[in-house]
Design a protein around this ligand. Sequence first.
Ligand code: ASP
Length: 362
Amino acid sequence: MPIHAKQRTCKGGAALLLLVLSLIAAPLTAAANKPKVTILATGGTIAGAQPDTNQPGYKAGSLSIDAILQAVPGLSDVAILKGEQVANIGSQDMNDKVWLKLARRANEVLASPDVDGVVVTHGTDTLEETAYFLNLVLDTDKPVVLVGSMRPATAISADGPMNIYNGVVVAGMPAARGRGVMAMMNDDLHYAAEITKTNTTHLNTMHSPNRGRAGTCDTGKCTLFSPPAQRHTAGSEFRLASNLTELPNVAIIYAHANMDATLINAAAKSGARGIVIAGVGDGNMTQPALDALAALAAKGVVVVRSTRVGSGIVKRNVEVDDDKLGFVASMEKNPQKARILLQLALMNTQDVKEIQRMFDEY
Ligand code: ASP
C-alpha cells in the first residue's frame, strides 16, 4: 500500500509539472507564432484630431503612432508590433523628401529577418501615389500594406482602427507575400497599381476600377484574390541611389474644352523633363495642345498621354498618332501614377520606346 501511495504521489507530481510547463510554454509558443509587423507612420486623417467631435473640421497628422495603436482593441493579439514615426503630415503635403525617407526606412526594416511585414499609416489624398511609388522601389517579397482613414481618430465611428487591424493582419499573412504593395481601406484590399480615391469624404472612397480588388477582410478574417498582373517590388527594375535627394521634374496638365498651349509651354519653360497630360476621354486633347506637346517631344521632353476619366486603358495610336508624334501611352496608369512611373523612368533613360515598355510592364 505505501508503495502504491508513493507511486500515486510521483504520478501526481509529474502531471502537475507537465501542467505548469504547458502553462508557461503556451504563451511562449503563441508569441513565437505571431507575425512581427512594423508600422511606419506618416500622418493623415488616421492621425487626425477634431476640435469638436460633432463637426467635420479636423487637422490631419495630429496624433502619434503610439496613440493611434492604443485605440485598436486586440491588435497585440494578432501581431508583435513596433511603431515608428517617419513623418506626421497631411498627405496633401507628401513630397520627395518624405517618400525617399519612407522608402529607405521600409527597405531597411523589410531586410531584417525579424520582420514579416510592414504597415504604413498614411493620409488618403495621395495614398495611391505613395503606394505606387513604394511598389516600384521597394526590394522585397514581404507584404507592405498602406492604411488610412476617412474619419479622424477622434470622430464618432472612426474607421482608422479597423483599417489598421485588418492591415496588420494582411501584413503578417504568409500568403500575402509576393503581391507587392497593397492598401487596406473600408474592408477592401487594393493593389498599389489599381487603387484610386474616388470620393472626397465617403468611407468607400477607394476603388480598383480596372482589374478589381486584391482581397477583402472582415474583422481580421482576410481573403486574398488573384495576384497582381504588373511587375513590382522585388521584380522591379527601379532602385533608389543612395545619393538621390529628389525625383525628376514631371508636370501633370489637365485637358479641357478650348485648351490652348499656355500651361504646356509654361511647364516646359519651368524645367519639366516630362509632361503627363490628363487627357479628355481616351487621352485626347485639342489640336493646339497636341501641336505644343509634339513640338516639346521633338526637343526631348517625354510626353505621356493619360486620361482624366478615372478608369480604362489609354493605348497607343488609337485617336492620336503616338508613333508620329513621339508620345508614350499611359496604359492603365492614371495621371498621378503615370507621373511617378515617368519620374523613375527618367532616372534611367530618355528613350520613348523604352519608356513605353515600362508603361506596358508596371
Ligand atoms: N487630407 C487628408 C490626408 O490625406 C485626408 C485623409 O487622410 O483622408 O492626409
